[in-house]
Ligand binder design. Structure first.
Ligand SMILES: CC(C)(COP(=O)(O)OP(=O)(O)OC[C@H]1O[C@@H](n2cnc3c(N)ncnc32)[C@H](O)[C@@H]1OP(=O)(O)O)[C@@H](O)C(=O)NCCC(=O)NCCS
Length: 175
């Protein structure tokens, strides 16, 4: 059966490392599936309206990974916020990574890498100066991923998560 999703009008480049998935922009029809991936893969859950508002405001960098069957196997979403630069009192636009997850069976095949790299390019349209994110101090896998993309630990946010775990605040300047 042919669906609109298979037409992929605004698909991003298909990564060479794995031809079994594509990266494309998220649509409103994808949100339930994005939420499903989030709820399976991450302890942080958000209400539907939260995803919808990110999609409304920052759709350029809300991306999904889709397998050949048209199933959503991963997503990444960002928001843009104005906050003081670390080195000066000037306010700058920062791209804040809200969430990324890849379904467990599809991991270690470059899906997160493709989501991160395409979304980091896409979010530049919002004229950001820096990428920022929080990650659980125990989340070795994600920390390695971010380090691979040049993110550095800037500070620790104590009790950042609901269960009391600390977060690393990681940043990377845009180039
Ligand atoms: C973190 C996550 C998104 C990575 O997804 P993925 O598609 O498996 O990652 P990729 O295959 O693109 O890997 C890219 C890089 O991440 C790092 N990485 C990924 N999995 C890793 C693992 N099991 N051990 C060590 N490093 C790992 C590596 O640097 C890897 O590059 P390499 O393959 O050249 O070594 C995935 O594990 C996930 O969804 N975890 C649960 C949700 C989560 O923790 N999200 C982050 C919240 S801040």
């Amino acid at each position: 059966m042919t669906t609109n999703k298979e037409i992929k009008p605004d698909a991003f480049s298909t990564p060479k490392i794995d031809l079994e998935f594509i990266i494309r922009r998220c649509t409103i029809e994808d949100l339930d599936n994005v939420i499903e991936v989030n709820e399976k893969e991450l302890p942080e859950d958000y209400p539907y309206f939260f995803y919808k508002s990110i999609l409304d405001d920052f759709s350029e960098c809300f991306l999904v990974a889709q397998n050949r069957k048209g199933e959503i196997i991963g997503y990444i979403m960002w928001r843009v916020e104005k906050s003081p630069s670390i080195n000066s009192l000037k306010f700058i636009n920062k791209g804040h990574l809200v969430s990324i997850a890849v379904s467990e069976v599809y991991r270690r095949r470059g899906v997160a890498q493709a989501l991160l790299s395409n979304s980091m390019t896409a979010i530049k349209k919002y004229k950001i100066k820096q990428y920022v994110l929080e990650v659980r101090v125990s989340n070795y896998t994600a920390i390695r991923l971010y380090e691979k993309f040049g993110y550095k630990i800037e500070s620790i946010k104590q009790n950042y998560y609901r269960d009391g775990e600390n977060a690393y605040y990681m940043i990377r300047d845009t180039k």
